[in-house]
Design a binder for this molecule. Sequence first.
Ligand code: ATP
Length: 252
Amino acid sequence: MVKTDNIFHTEKLAIGYKKGRATNILMDNINLSVKRGQMICLLGANGVGKSTLIRTLARLQPTLEGNVILLGKNILDYKHKELAQNISLVLTDPIQGGNLNVLELVQMGRYPHTSWSGQLSSIDDEKVNIAIQQCEIDYIRNSNIFEISDGQLQKALIARALAQDGDLMLLDEPTVHLDANNRFTIMELLKKLVEETGKSVIISTHQVEMALELADELWLASCGDPIVSGKPKELIEKKLIAKMFPYLSKLS
Ligand SMILES: Nc1ncnc2c1ncn2[C@@H]1O[C@H](COP(=O)(O)OP(=O)(O)OP(=O)(O)O)[C@@H](O)[C@H]1O
């Protein structure tokens, strides 16, 4: 697939936190774009601001400066429901809703598309079922979400985001706490979904080796410098990966 169709970009974006009169700018002058069907991995050290960036891109917290543009429109100009129809999120926040089973959790992804009654249509049911199949969690669809493993829950959250059916998926450390097999399975699943559905995903992760292997593009975030973006191969050739992750050269 030729990936040229920009669906999302930032313009001179600055992110961080305001406390009283003080402003803690974590990153500024961020000018990045996302093409349709692109898998982007956001890499950087602890505390550099990856989660803050993901949350700002999703409008969960305000920008300090600049704009975030989705499908040609500033995200500030979207109504809440309309934004949720276009951006699907997988965050690290704890799940609310103790009595939900996996099916009900995935169905929640369809709420931005339902009428005021919240009633799911046959199209909603079909999208939920497809998401459940794609994430290979049919066998636990009736299990309570507190009875399943972290890896299974993470797959269910990805299924919910898929059912939500936004053009853009933002995932903050979707493989945190998972064992090596599940980390690989989930990253591979995301890659497959991008290729099969043409959706775009931005994933913040500490899985450098897997990001190098699977991402179409990397965003490298480091304290005090602008984010550097590029194909993994280009960034390796420019020695930027070796500079940011010197431990890699010590692995055989
Ligand atoms: N609500 C908040 N108010 C003020 N500062 C915050 C808030 N949340 C995070 N920070 C600060 O912003 C900085 C970046 O945090 P963030 O969680 O975005 O980093 P990160 O790159 O995702 O880190 P990690 O890889 O450890 O998850 C940290 O110094 C953190 O203390």
